[in-house]
Design a binder for this molecule. Structure first.
Ligand code: SF4
Length: 75
């Protein structure tokens, strides 16, 4: 599935979306973004911007998973 990502202002797929969030969350090395053609020093891909934009993005798989896990945990 392709997303129109407001963080990088381009179409990305769910794998790229996931890896961007892993990078901005300091879970994986940002050099992985080079595999997708991004400049690792790109000022668009920052924790600050991700915290602001990914947290309200309708394509955010991690937030969707958190909601499902939360519902399961409280059911
Ligand atoms: S969750 Fe973040 S990286 Fe993924 S599409 Fe939305 S803004 Fe882009």
């Amino acid at each position: 599935m392709e997303y129109n990502c407001p963080l990088v202002n381009m179409e990305i797929d769910e794998t790229v979306c996931y890896d961007i969030q892993m990078v901005t969350g300091n879970m994986i090395n940002k050099r992985i973004l080079q595999d997708y053609g991004f400049d690792v020093d790109d000022s668009l891909i920052t924790k600050e911007r991700s915290d602001r934009l990914c947290s309200v993005c309708p394509f955010n798989q991690l937030m969707q998973t958190a909601h499902v896990v939360g519902k399961t945990a409280t059911a």
